[in-house]
Design a protein around this ligand. Structure first.
Ligand SMILES: Cc1ncc(COP(=O)(O)O)c(C=O)c1O
Length: 392
């Protein structure tokens, strides 16, 4: 046996992703890629803003001596200061460059933070549905995931969270705007959570996973988690905001209001290194200093969201518009989402079952497909709905 038992078990738990991917390849080969509508991927469809690419090219061409080497483990001080400056403006909280760590995407930031915080057996509360990789990030570092139900509209249920707190609870992961539901957590619900955390008899950290923060619709604004929650660590990346998930650039920022913030920052710099992430991509760190205000064009996502939601509602689906991120979490017409995913597949539509996110009865559809795919897929969605066995 060469693969560790624990990884073998995780592979089996994650195997639905692989199966879906393989099924997609098979269907595309069988029926022609143009007849398959693949809504499974979360890869941003918009290219990076031109200003970001121009900055990247200019910096790469400068080829300054030493610019391809290691820098201090936490990243270029200037990049860290630039992040802290922006966070001070946005949150009103006195973030400093010393509590910012440049990371390999948001996933790198989350893993560095969890490794620095968790001892074996510590618990991490995660509202359901959730980004499936959280369960693996948590077990990577000896933690135990404690899932907690959300309300009917997928907003967080503070009383339910409070009921799950034990002496072992160290972290609550919040992801707003949320993948997969598209929900933005309101300021009032976050204030209620802050009261609970302030009453707790030990420090519980909110790990605020924010890669979709700037992807919002109808002029919505995502409340600043760090302004409301004292014990907050922000983890984020430019993966979605700039559409460059493959470049792996993100950061982790520790609120100065968190007890022992400086010690935790040192610990995260160390865990980032020993996890093998030393260091965040050098050139992209520099790009983040120079092109901070660039953002992906939301008009395209807005249009695709309207096209998809209105189209599905016209057909007869029970659809809720996402407030942010680029997914639609669609209620399935039958409770068995895995069965409905197969019905959709028969019609050439590939979707991710909600069960994979810890919430059956839904499928996730990604808006990162071309507009044309949405238009051409709607008749297939209509056929799938018509094919659902009556009374099921
Ligand atoms: C909720 C959530 N958190 C974290 C990540 C990881 O982001 P990154 O690619 O920047 O590591 C993703 C990626 O899809 C995500 O959806």
């Amino acid at each position: 046996m060469t693969v560790a038992n624990v990884i073998q078990k995780q592979l089996e738990r994650a195997s639905w992703i692989r199966r879906m991917f393989e099924e997609g390849i098979r269907l595309k080969a069988e029926r022609g890629a143009e007849n398959i509508y693949d809504f499974t991927l979360g890869n941003p469809s918009e290219d990076p803003p031109p200003g970001v690419l121009a900055t990247f090219r200019r910096l790469a061409n400068m080829n300054t001596p030493g610019s391809h080497g290691y820098m201090p483990n936490a990243g270029y001080q200037e990049a860290r200061e630039a992040v802290a400056r922006r966070l001070r403006q946005e949150t009103g909280v006195e973030f400093t460059g010393d509590c910012v760590l440049m990371t390999v995407g948001c996933a790198g930031a989350m893993n560095a933070a969890l490794k620095a915080i968790l001892d074996p057996g510590n618990e991490v509360i995660v509202p359901m549905p959730f980004f499936p990789d959280y369960q693996f990030y948590i077990t990577n570092h000896g933690g135990r995931m404690v899932p907690v139900e959300t309300k009917e509209d997928f907003s967080i249920d503070v009383a339910a969270i409070e009921s799950k707190i034990t002496p072992q609870t160290r972290v609550i992961i919040l992801n707003s705007p949320n993948n997969p539901t598209g929900v933005i957590y309101s300021e009032s619900v976050l204030r209620d959570l802050e009261s609970v955390l302030q009453r707790a008899d030990h420090t519980i950290i909110v790990l605020s996973d924010e890669p979709y923060k700037s992807i919002v619709y109808d002029g919505a604004k995502c409340p600043e988690m760090a302004s409301i929650i004292s014990n907050c660590i922000i983890t984020t990346s430019w993966s979605k905001k700039w559409g460059l998930a493959g470049e792996r650039i993100g950061y982790l920022a520790i609120s100065p209001r968190l007890p022992e913030a400086e010690a935790l920052s040192n610990a995260c710099t160390f865990t980032n290194r020993i996890l093998g992430f030393i260091n965040a991509p050098a050139i992209w760190q520099l790009v983040t200093i120079e092109a901070p205000d660039e953002s992906t064009d939301m008009a395209t996502y807005e249009e695709k969201r309207a096209l998809m939601c209105d189209g599905l509602a016209r057909i007869g689906y029970d659809v809720r518009k996402p407030q942010g991120a680029f997914y639609i979490f669609l209620r399935t017409p039958i409770p068995d989402d895995l069965s409905f995913v197969r019905t959709l597949q028969d019609e050439g539509v590939l979707a991710v079952p909600g069960s994979g996110f810890g919430r059956g009865g839904y499928v996730r559809l990604s808006l990162t497909v071309p507009r044309e795919t949405i238009v051409r897929s709607l008749p297939a969605f209509a056929r799938a709905l018509a094919n659902v066995p009556k009374g099921s």
